[in-house]
Structure formats: C-alpha cells, structure tokens
Design a protein around this ligand. Structure first.
Ligand code: Z5A
Ligand code: MG
Length: 212
C-alpha cells in the first residue's frame, strides 16, 4: 500500500439463488478470516434494520404492495445508505463479507421484466466488489433444501429467470463456486480465493466503482 496508508480491507460479495447457501457460507467465512487474523464484518442486503429496510421487509413478506420500480429503487437506496460506512470500514482495514448486493438487485428486478440498463443505473457509483463469489446451483436442487417459504420470489420458475440474469452480469471479478457440493467442500473452495483477494487488497489494489 501507499506510504503511510493503512492496508485496506477487501469487499467480498456472495451471490446466488435462494437456498444456494450464501448465509451459511458467509458465517463460516467470517470466522475463518477472523481466526486468520483479518478484521472482518458480515453485512447483508437487504439490511432490514434501517427504515428503508423495514419497508423492504414488509414488501418481501407480502405485508405491503409496491410498484416494481419503487421497490427496485428502495433496494438500491438501502445500499446507498450504507455506502459511506462501507468505504470507511474498508479504508480502515476491515474486510467486509456482503451477503447479496447490486447483482441481486438487478437480477431480481430484470426477472420481473424491467430493463437491465434501467435496473443498473441507480447502482452506478456504489463500491465495486473486489470479488464476487457466485454460489452456483440449479433452482430445482436449491428448492429441495428445506423447500421455499412464503416470501415473494420463492418459486422455481421465477428463480430460473433470476439465474439467467445473473449470468449476464458475470465479469472478471466473479468466481463461480459449485454450491451443490457439501458445505465443507464449498467452504474450502471459498477460503483460498478470499485469502488471495484479501492479500491483494492489503498490497494496494485500488477500490473501484460500479458499473464501469
Ligand atoms: N432481493 C432483491 O430483490 N433485490 C435486492 O437488491 C436484494 C435482494 C439485495 C431476500 O433476500 C430477497 O430479496 C431475495 C432477493 C431479494 N428473494 N429471494 N428469493 P435474503 O437474502 O433475505 O434471502 P434469504 O432468505 O436470507 O437467503 P436465501 O437466499 O434464501 O438462502 P441462502 O442464504 O442462500 O442459503 P442458506 O440460508 O445458507 O441455506 C439454505 C438451506 O440450505 C439451509 O437449510 C442450509 O442449512 C442448507 N444448506 C446450505 N448449504 C448447503 C450445502 N452445501 N449442502 C446442503 N444443504 C445446504
Ligand atoms: Mg440467506
């Protein structure tokens, strides 16, 4: 890193269909990084704690109805309200593991029929992840894991569309992880990828912005 500058933390995003194991792996990764001596925080989107997050949560549990574009912009606002804290944490040396991010935002809204460029626009200028771990699983296999609950979007046909839009968002920061393997195998595959990225960031890899 630059003279005098603190080594920065890495922005690690975990994406994938429902029940692909994101939250399970995020928790495991956090303890792994902490026990390896890297200050780490686990974040998730939607962040249901904020007032915007509460509106999103009511929508997801079918307690409220919102126009497709309105909910899309609320999901985006929910990321914008955490952006400055995110930058502060990373520059202060904390690695952030983020359970869902802008890719979920674009893939889910596009699957409803909104234009992909329209969906990406409000995400432009958010911090770009150093690494996106995509937990790859078929919608059918994912649905076998305990079955879907009562939240919006938890249907196999819809998840298929989401998966197609995720594929169009892939870029060089993505690492595709076979999420059909056992939890331990998935965990091991993720660890080396992330350790390498954390080192790269500490050595001065610069932060960039979505979507460029
Ligand atoms: N959404 C959106 O529309 N726009 C946005 O901008 C954002 C999100 C950010 C809520 O998300 C919804 O919001 C989501 C997208 C939309 N809607 N859908 N669908 P959420 O993150 O709150 O959803 P969630 O319910 O917390 O997570 P999830 O995606 O459903 O699950 P997961 O975190 O990927 O999986 P998990 O909880 O770790 O594991 C699921 C089960 O499988 C559990 O019983 C595990 O024990 C089991 N599991 C995990 N790994 C394995 C392996 N390897 N083998 C066998 N079994 C396993
Ligand atoms: Mg989850």
């Amino acid at each position: 890193s630059e003279a005098g500058a603190k080594p920065r933390g890495a922005l690690i995003v975990v994406e994938g269909l429902d029940r692909s194991g994101k939250s399970t792996q995020c928790a495991k990764l956090r303890s792994f990084l902490e026990s390896s001596g890297h200050p780490t925080e686990l974040w998730r989107f939607p962040d249901r704690e904020t007032s915007v997050g509460q509106m999103i949560s009511a929508y997801l549990s079918n307690k409220s109805q919102l126009d497709d574009r309105t909910i899309h912009l609320l999901f985006s606002a929910n990321r914008w309200e955490k952006r400055s804290l995110m930058e502060e944490k990373l520059k202060g040396g904390t690695t952030l593991i983020v359970d869902r991010y802008s890719y979920s935002g674009v893939a889910f809204s596009s699957a409803k029929g909104l234009g992909i460029e329209w969906c990406k626009a409000p995400e432009v200028g958010l911090l770009a992840p150093d690494s996106v771990l995509y937990l790859d699983i078929s919608p059918e296999r994912a649905a076998e894991r305990g079955g879907y609950g009562d939240e919006r979007y938890e249907r196999v046909d819809f998840q298929k569309k989401v998966s197609e839009f995720y594929q169009t968002l892939r870029d060089s920061s993505w690492k595709i992880i076979d999420a059909g393997d056992s939890m331990e195998e998935v965990e091991k595959k993720i660890q080396q990828v992330v350790l390498d990225k954390v080192k790269e960031c500490a050595l001065g890899k610069s932060l960039s912005l979505l979507w460029s």
